[in-house]
Design a binder for this molecule. Structure first.
Ligand SMILES: Nc1ncnc2c1ncn2[C@@H]1O[C@H](COP(=O)(O)OP(=O)(O)OP(=O)(O)O)[C@@H](O)[C@H]1O
Ligand SMILES: [Mg+2]
Length: 252
């Protein structure tokens, strides 16, 4: 038996003639932070959707902590310890940041009776601790629709962490964020993940972000993994640079 937390084998899924997954094999070790890169339409989001139960693979297996999860509904997969954040943050726009996080705490607890306060003292302090861990505590009382994109991304991740996952999947956590802010956002995010020993997989188009924050990188193209390994090796591979990243020559 492998010691992987997540183990995908032979995943396949076609949409009509498009092979969004065409024999994907991938292992993610406990505590690892893995980046997925690859061109538009390569099948990166499809992989996240299969792992989180939004799409059912037509073939293959997905084992999480030794248990088969392919085809389970999303809420069962969340309960087993896998959470996700989205390319476009899924916030409750008219609610305050702390309420957004508290809603996920309530969801995790499995009940939310309208006659019980959403923000009980215990839940408020737990939500604040999660926000504080991402350096978001000063925004706790702000309405979600007043936040800039970087803060929206981090609040979306705080909501995912409120589910207390063992594995967090993130689809482009820095997309839409100003280039000057990307590293600061990732520094806060990765530090919080490491403190909580959360294993993570993130899809990313910015190679500097990948080089600085990923332990390992997997390169997707046409529904397959073309290369994987440490970022410095994979990002310097001429084939990966030419055919996947779309740049010629050696890295600068
Ligand atoms: N629900 C769907 N129905 C039909 N086709 C789909 C569906 N989801 C994805 N596809 C197709 O599958 C392929 C892979 O899509 P996917 O969204 O996984 O790519 P991606 O690597 O995440 O791309 P991007 O970098 O643009 O986000 C694409 O050709 C896409 O059009
Ligand atoms: Mg995508």
């Amino acid at each position: 038996m492998s010691g992987a937390l997540l183990e995908a084998r032979g995943l396949a899924l076609a949409f009509g003639g498009v092979r969004a997954a065409d024999g994907v094999d991938l292992e993610v070790a406990p505590g690892e932070i893995l980046a997925i890169i690859g061109p538009n339409g390569a099948g990166k989001t499809t992989f996240l959707n299969m792992v989180t139960g939004y799409l059912r693979p037509q073939a293959g297996s997905i084992r999480f902590a030794g248990r088969e999860i392919a085809g389970l509904p999303p809420r069962r997969i969340v309960r087993l310890g896998i959470a996700r954040s989205f390319q476009i943050p899924q916030l409750f726009a008219e609610h305050r940041v702390i309420e957004n996080v508290a809603l996920h705490l309530a969801a995790r607890d499995g009940f939310w009776a309208p006659f019980r306060p959403l923000l009980s003292p215990a839940r408020r302090s737990e939500a604040l601790a999660i926000l504080d861990d991402l350096e978001l505590a000063p925004l706790a009382e702000a309405r979600a629709d007043t936040l800039d994109e970087g803060a929206r991304k981090l609040v979306d991740i705080a909501m995912a962490l409120a589910l207390r996952p063992r594995l967090l999947l993130m689809d482009e956590p820095t997309s839409g964020v100003a280039a000057s802010e990307k590293h600061a956002i990732m520094d806060r995010l990765v530090a919080a993940l490491r403190r909580a020993s959360v294993t993570a997989v993130f899809v990313e188009h910015d190679m500097e972000v990948v080089a600085r924050h990923a332990d390992r990188v997997a390169v997707w193209s046409q529904g397959r993994i073309r290369a994987e390994g440490p970022p410095e090796a994979v990002l310097a591979d001429p084939l990966v640079r030419r055919e996947v990243i779309g740049v010629e020559g050696a890295p600068c």
